[in-house]
Write a protein that binds this ligand. Structure first.
Ligand code: 3AM
Length: 214
């Protein structure tokens, strides 16, 4: 199965993204129900590999966080223009979750991702968009902002290629925690000086208790 890990978007956010889906003649826009923020593309996996990734993802301990979208951008240029997307506001907790997903995936046996992670919501993969039209589009939507929403879980999706475009299906869902200790955000590290996995409050004190009594 072709799989990827992503954050789904609440309906009102997808609705506000729909306002960006016009103004490029001939573009085929991603349907609102397919819009998401990819955390990690996994590719074609066997059932066994999927089970291993699923177990590793289920072991992730990370807190909930708020996220919002801002602006539009593109990957590739000119004839190599690959996609036009809505941007995601800088959020250290998202990068932290991404890093945890990356380590979980690698721990489960897949090759590490080489490309730098740039969170985004793909809106269209244009073909033959003239440069002036693209510039006009980007300028018109540069001030796009969504309301913030709470990211309470992330999901494993399968992707099927159909004639009308890719069809995504949520296969598994992984809850993010309320009040899990994430440690202090460290500006220099640009990450959290975090509490190690398995050390979160319950586990740590349970272990300490055991060692005291055992
Ligand atoms: O989040 P977006 O829509 O940008 O482009 C594909 C989509 O990303 C990406 O995985 C997401 C779900 O299909 N994708 C597809 N093939 C890929 C590949 N070989 C890929 N990402 C990296 N490498």
């Amino acid at each position: 199965m072709r799989l990827f890990v992503a954050l789904p978007l609440p309906e009102d956010i997808r609705r506000s993204l729909a306002s960006l889906c016009s103004g490029l003649p001939g573009a085929r826009w991603v349907s609102p129900e397919s819009m998401h923020i990819t955390l990690r593309f996994l590719g074609e996996l066997s059932g066994r590999e999927m089970d291993d990734v699923d177990a590793a993802l289920a072991g992730i301990r990370a807190p909930r966080f708020n996220l919002s979208l801002a602006g539009v951008g593109h990957f590739g240029n000119g004839r190599q223009l690959r996609s036009i997307w809505a941007g995601v506001t800088r959020e250290p907790a998202l990068m932290h979750l991404h890093d945890k997903v990356e380590s979980a995936v690698v721990r489960s046996g897949l090759a590490p991702e080489r490309q730098k992670y740039q969170p985004h919501v793909t809106l269209t993969r244009p073909k033959g968009t003239p440069v002036p039209k693209l510039q006009e589009y980007l300028a018109a939507h540069s001030l796009f902002r969504s309301e913030p929403w709470e990211v309470a879980y992330f999901s494993l999706y399968s992707s099927f290629l159909a004639s009308e475009g890719a069809i995504y299906r949520e296969e598994r869902r992984y809850e993010l925690g309320r009040g899990w200790p994430i440690g202090e955000y460290d500006e220099d590290l640009d990450d959290f000086d975090e509490v190690e996995e398995g050390e979160e409050a319950g586990g740590r004190w349970a272990e300490a208790d055991e060692s005291r009594h055992g």
